[in-house]
Write a protein that binds this ligand. Structure first.
Ligand SMILES: NC(=O)c1ccc[n+]([C@@H]2O[C@H](COP(=O)([O-])OP(=O)(O)OC[C@H]3O[C@@H](n4cnc5c(N)ncnc54)[C@H](O)[C@@H]3O)[C@@H](O)[C@H]2O)c1
Ligand SMILES: [Zn+2]
Length: 819
């Protein structure tokens, strides 16, 4: 902002004021925005700085001097008893330090603490309660007066209409943020999509628009929610914000459990870092952290400016943004069959890393963005590990560009995709043989706490599934007989990718390695050095690289050029760091197969090994050598016998482990144990009536339904039969029951958290069971006891504290069970 003339400043201020008014109006009145919050905050910041430089130019009604909203004509206007302010905000740690200095200077000492909360991205609301009853709910409006939206707020389920308890003040005001949970927002958009209505942009604007609707019955259907963060009143008798929050919680108000007391600005930084990524798994959008002085008297000392309190500030997480080009969309199939589209982008530098992919979440997201082939897109990286696309530069779209068509069939198994009503994601219904879904099932089966076959890691299982050896757990026990065929199978770690139409891709590094005579280490260095280049440019640079190596130059350059030509001819999608397998193989298989045929086979198969088998070619040994260089690692003798002996050993796992391993929906480890010990055999469980099942403490309707559903499927019965034939335990053996040491923990739900001296995780779980207790995985009200180990997670601990759950040390636990 250095040295602009007063005249220029005046013009700029006028322009900024007008622009900010425009966006404020859009944001608060129409619940829309055309620029990001970050861009908006930059404009406002520029205005504030200019006004600081030329205070005489600061207009009384400048947007820097009052909160941005207004009241509407659609609701009764209500005056706030205490003004509703905005918050100062910053995107930088330095300014946060400066804030801390101002606080210290204002108070004249450093004897204070901060209370950190997340900044919930919704709409501010003020509620007034009298005699324990909700009187009215008012929006922030212009800060002085707001809209009376009580009827709408009454539809929000977790805002209490009446309060119970002795210590509730006659009258008080409470403020919070009304928001729409992300899940509800997604559901709403699906419904709108199905009805052909325009999709909504984000949960914040939707929450705001919903709150201002005239028809409360529509509001009720939208399932808004609210977090509270401020208590106001004359005779409340608390001195700190922390105490106030505990009171609110006690009175039954919804408080986000994410808050934390911080004794100094350093621990505030810690809080900010902790939540930078973690906040993304919360059920609502948050855009920063609000840092508040904890002590009320100290707050009074510092006071307010016209627009904001001096005792609080918001730190906003900056989403860094860049432009990139959409190359293609690929689709990942999860272990539950859920499909996630991924945008493949031209490489771009963002927040210190090279970004080549962005998550698109689901089909609606593609529709909402109205993505077309080859679009120039804006990519943002908040704290997210995977960046997201926030918009499209329409002016760059080619007139002939087609909209991205969502796939109709599973890229892994070719089954037609389905989508359940009210769900955002498509899924592949081929639970039995879709490879990633089979993977999920087998991984569960071999898990330590099920069949405990630790020689079967994910990559090995994936290799067996992809190459058709395993689909159901029962297949594992047939592997022994196929031992010879297993040698030489590919373990395709991250070696392959598939595009949206199912064509197989292999890593660029492996392709260059097979095509030229360069060493893998030289290629790896080249790959890292050229990370930010697009594929075409990269291949050109690789040619220079080969020439600089001065090793069989002519031959290598010729191969590379041939490969580039084949790549063009194949004309498949671009996925950065990967190239289609078909043109690679075309380099080696000679004239026996056309490129066209290779492309179609590579669409069906999952590994190069499979393609070669499918083609059934006669290849010379030097051709095989080249192809070998393209393949992933292969199964060796040691690996195979190791796997097989693990599988054999699992035959002695007790019935309850087998039952858990079957992966019947809703049957966790505890339930499997319960059922196995009660019914003693699989036939008894299968034959049990609903009444008999419900008699067991801990078995509910949902579980009964899952059990009946499981046994109604022939394929499951067949799997059980095969497993039984292989020698697995389907009957309880008394000697398998863990020795019941005592009943000292009978009826108690116990959780162990952190590291222990005398137990590892499994051992402490078994110890709890051996003394009659039930092990529980998460902190909730129903928990009776927590055994606290070293380094127990602070958030768990805080939650347990809040719920008043008893915590004991490992030593106390040992004493408890051994006495
Ligand atoms: N993109 C646009 O066009 C546009 C236009 C106008 C405003 N905006 C955005 O709207 C916001 C503007 O201003 P604002 O005055 O509402 O300020 P603000 O949102 O930055 O801060 C104040 C508000 O934060 C909310 N809040 C959330 N969690 C809170 C917590 N734990 N404790 C206290 N308050 C909490 C409250 O509603 C409070 O009123 C900015 O984020 C700005 O970027 C964007
Ligand atoms: Zn599938």
């Amino acid at each position: 902002m250095n040295q602009i003339s007063k005249e220029e400043a005046q013009q700029r201020i006028a322009k900024l004021t007008q622009t900010i008014h425009y966006h404020n109006n859009l944001y608060y009145q129409e619940d829309r925005n055309e620029i990001s919050d970050y861009e908006f905050d930059q404009l406002l910041q520029e205005l504030i700085e200019l006004e600081e430089e030329y205070p005489e130019l600061k207009a009384k009604n400048s947007p820097s001097q009052h909160v941005g909203g207004t009241i509407t004509k659609n609701f009764e206007t209500v005056e706030h008893e205490t003004r509703m302010l905005s918050l100062g905000n910053t995107y930088s740690m330095e300014e946060l330090m400066a804030f801390d200095e101002r606080v210290a200077k204002g108070l004249g000492h450093r004897d204070y603490s901060y209370f950190c909360e997340l900044k919930f991205d919704g709409v501010a609301i003020s509620l007034v309660y009298e005699n324990g009853e909700l009187q009215r709910a008012v929006t922030r409006g212009d800060g002085y007066r707001g809209d009376n939206v009580t009827a709408n707020v009454r539809t929000i389920k977790n805002i209490p209409q009446y309060l119970e308890g002795k210590d509730i003040p006659e009258k008080f005001e409470i403020r919070g943020e009304i928001f729409m949970p992300i899940r509800e927002f997604e559901k709403l958009n699906i419904e709108r999509g199905e009805k052909g209505e325009a999709l909504l942009a984000n949960p914040r604007n939707t929450a705001s628009g919903t709150l201002k609707m005239q028809d409360s019955s529509v509001v009720a259907k939208r399932r808004l929610n609210c977090y509270f963060y401020q208590l106001l009143g004359d005779e409340i008798g608390v001195e700190t914000h922390n105490e106030a929050m505990l009171l609110l919680e006690k009175w039954g108000f919804n408080i986000s459990p994410t808050y934390q007391n911080c004794t100094d600005i350093q621990s505030v930084f810690g809080f900010i870092e902790k939540w930078r990524e973690e906040r993304l798994s919360l059920p609502l959008d948050t855009d920063g952290v609000v840092i508040k002085l904890n002590n009320y008297e100290q707050r009074e000392t510092l006071g307010f400016t016209a627009k904001i309190p001096r005792w609080a500030i918001a730190y906003k997480y900056q989403a860094e943004s860049a432009e990139s080009k959409l190359m293609s969309v690929t689709y990942q199939v999860g272990r539950t069959g859920a499909i996630t589209p991924v945008a493949n982008l031209s490489p771009v530098q963002l927040a210190g890393t090279t970004v080549k992919r962005a998550s698109l979440h689901n089909a609606n997201e593609i529709l909402r963005l109205d993505l077309h082939d080859g679009d120039t897109v804006f990519v943002e990286k908040g704290g997210e590990i995977i960046p997201k696309i926030t918009g499209v530069a329409l002016e760059n779209r080619l007139s002939e560009a087609k909209p991205i068509q969502y796939i109709s069939h599973c890229p892994e198994c070719g089954t037609a995709l389905e989508r359940n009503e009210g769900e955002a994601k498509h899924f592949c219904p081929n639970v039995e043989s879709c490879p990633p879904q089979a993977l999920g099932r087998i991984e569960h089966f071999v898990h330590k706490r099920a069949m405990n076959i630790d020689s079967m890691g994910t990559e090995r299982i994936r290799a067996l599934i992809n190459q058709g050896y395993v689909e159901s757990p029962a297949d594992l026990y047939d592997l022994e007989a196929k031992k010879d065929q297993l040698l030489g199978l590919e373990i395709n770690t991250d070696q392959y990718e598939k595009n949206g139409s199912g064509h197989l891709y292999v890593t660029l590094r492996k392709a260059l390695y097979a095509i030229t005579d360069s060493s893998l280490s030289a290629i790896d260095k080249f790959i890292t050095d050229t990370e930010t280049l697009e594929l075409q440019a990269r291949l050109t640079v690789f040619e220079e690289f080969i020439r600089s190596q001065k090793k069989k130059t002519a031959q290598n350059v010729a191969s590379l050029e041939k490969f580039i030509a084949l790549l063009h001819e194949a004309n498949l999608d671009t996925i950065e760091d990967f190239v289609p397998v078909a043109p690679c193989l075309a380099m080696f298989v000679g004239k026996q197969v056309t490129l066209e045929h290779l492309i179609s086979v590579s669409q069906r198969e999952n590994t190069i090994h499979d393609i070669i088998l499918a083609l059934d070619l006669d290849l010379a040994s030097e051709q095989m050598d080249k192809i070998q260089k393209l393949k992933g690692n292969t199964f060796q003798e040691g690996v195979v016998s190791n796997m097989l002996s693990g599988i054999k050993a699992s035959l002695s796992q007790p019935f309850e482990k087998v039952l858990f391993g079957l992966g019947i929906r809703n049957i966790g480890e505890n339930t499997a144990q319960l059922l196995a010990r009660h019914f003693k055999s699989i036939e008894a469980i299968q034959g049990a009536s609903t009444e008999e099942l419900l008699e067991i403490n801990g078995v509910g309707e949902t579980l009964v339904h899952s059990i009946h559903e499981f046994f109604a499927i022939d394929k499951n019965l067949n799997t059980i039969q095969r497993l039984r034939d292989s020698g697995l335990q389907f009957q309880l053996k008394e000697e398998d029951l863990p020795a019941q040491a005592s009943q000292k923990l009978e009826g108690l739900k116990v959780l162990a958290s952190g590291k222990f001296e005398h137990f590892n995780r499994d051992e402490i779980i078994d110890a709890i069971a051996a003394h009659g207790g039930t092990y529980v995985k998460s902190v909730s009200k129903t928990l009776d006891l927590i055994i606290e180990g070293a380094d127990m997670g602070p958030s768990k601990k805080e939650k347990a504290d809040k719920l008043g759950i008893k915590m004991i040390s490992e030593e106390a636990f040992l004493k408890m069970i051994n006495d």
